[in-house]
Write a protein of this length. Structure first.
Length: 153
């Protein structure tokens, strides 16, 4: 062993000093590099885990919101269709009512027209009677005057 030590020039004092230096460097590196680095890595891992959790919760919220949107949209379509159908029914009812009112009004106009025509017919008959009476009187007067003229001759 002595030969190995002398061959390689190993000095126990230097090896112990090297071990002490290595221990000091290790402690310094551990305190100033490894500990802050592990703390930084733990914080980074925590941030990443929080980000993954937030992404999962946001995904769940997004899915829930999408389902609510689809539900509300379906309800809105149903309501719009219902309102449209009600409007259509109301329009049909108004149309029917207006047609009935128009029929009643037309019937009234026709009735008034018939009454007016009847009144005019009665007037025309009366005027015709008066005209016939006056013509008959004129004809009678002419006949009487012609008879007188013939008698005078």
């Amino acid at each position: 062993m002595e030969s190995i030590i002398s061959t390689f020039h190993i000095d126990w004092k230097i090896i112990i000093a090297q071990a002490v230096n290595f221990g000091i460097v290790f402690v310094v590196l551990y305190l100033f590099a490894l500990k802050p680095l592990s703390k930084l890595m733990a914080e980074r891992a925590e941030k990443i885990a929080k980000g993954v959790d937030d992404a999962k919760s946001n995904s769940a919220i997004l899915e829930k919101t999408r389902k609510e949107y689809e539900t509300v949209l379906a309800q809105a379509r149903i309501e719009a269709n219902t309102i449209f159908q009600q409007g259509k029914k109301e329009a049909e009812a108004k149309k029917t009512l207006m047609l009935e009112e128009a029929k009643v009004e037309v019937a009234g106009i026709i009735e008034n027209g018939k009454k007016s025509l009847e009144v005019q017919k009665v007037k025309m008959v009366e005027e015709a009677k008066k005209e016939i009476v006056s013509l008959a009187m004129l004809a009678t007067e002419k006949l009487i005057s012609n008879k007188k003229d013939l008698n005078n001759l």
